[in-house]
Design a protein around this ligand. Structure first.
Ligand code: ATP
Length: 216
């Protein structure tokens, strides 16, 4: 039985498109933490990268198609509803206000995102709201700046049990599943007319092709 008091895990991203790197990682983190649900939160306008190729509505639909058969995975559209640039600090603050002060809130991100965290809006305050779960990712090195190293050193934990009795404040680097896939690679494949079988759900590929999301 899962217990809501075990906390909530939130996975943010552009998801342009959603792929098995996201989905398998989300499942693995959910089991690792023992939380009842992972919420996938697509950004509206990501602050630190080029404009997504597909619209927020199409990215949201792809997430819904990819997760609809898994009751322990949910899609949350608050960043899209909020419109404008999507700051993780705002999103986590909004989840925190719903959860109250004692329930653990976990924010999942890949190591490639974590190494840029010092450029994020209100980044030092993120661990005042949530724990950070940093995923290992094939092909990416954990080279963090000295500023992030200094900030993180008193927050790093290795055992997930160390986070369970605290609502926020820890950073945990995990190596759970290794899925060598990126959305960039999938957009390129779809653009070139190559069906990326095995890299993302078949129904999501069909949706992307039907709507011509990544074509010429
Ligand atoms: P792009 O290639 O367009 O940059 P992406 O594949 O990195 O996309 P995003 O939607 O930008 O996908 O990623 C959302 C989050 O998921 C980020 O924190 C990212 O680091 C993480 N992530 C993406 N792919 C993987 C993967 N294969 N394994 C682990 N984490 C991943």
């Amino acid at each position: 039985m899962t217990n809501p008091e075990a906390g909530l895990a939130v996975f943010g991203g552009t998801f342009d498109p959603i792929h098995f790197g996201h989905l398998k990682s989300a499942c693995a983190v959910r089991d690792y933490l023992g939380v009842p649900c992972v919420k996938l939160v697509p950004s509206c306008i990501p602050p630190h990268r080029e404009k997504p190729s597909s619209t927020p509505a199409h990215r949201l639909s792809m997430l819904q198609i990819a997760t609809c058969e898994d009751k322990r995975m949910a899609v949350d559209d608050r960043e899209i509803s909020r419109r404008g640039v999507s700051y993780t600090a705002d999103t986590l603050a909004s989840f925190r206000s719903e959860l109250g002060t004692t329930v653990p809130l976990y924010f999942i991100l890949g190591i490639d995102s974590y190494v840029t965290i010092h450029k994020w809006h209100h980044w030092k305050g993120l661990t005042d709201i949530a724990h950070l779960i940093v995923l290992d990712r094939p092909g990416y090195l954990a080279e963090v700046s000295s500023e992030v190293q200094l900030w993180s050193q008193n927050r790093l934990v290795e055992d997930p049990n160390d986070m369970k009795h605290r609502a926020f404040g820890c950073i945990c680097l995990v190596s759970l599943v290794q899925v060598d896939v990126s959305a960039t690679d999938l957009r390129n494949k779809l653009k070139a007319g190559v069906r990326p079988t095995g890299k993302m759900p078949e129904k999501v590929i069909d949706f992307a092709l039907k709507h011509g999301l990544y074509g010429e």
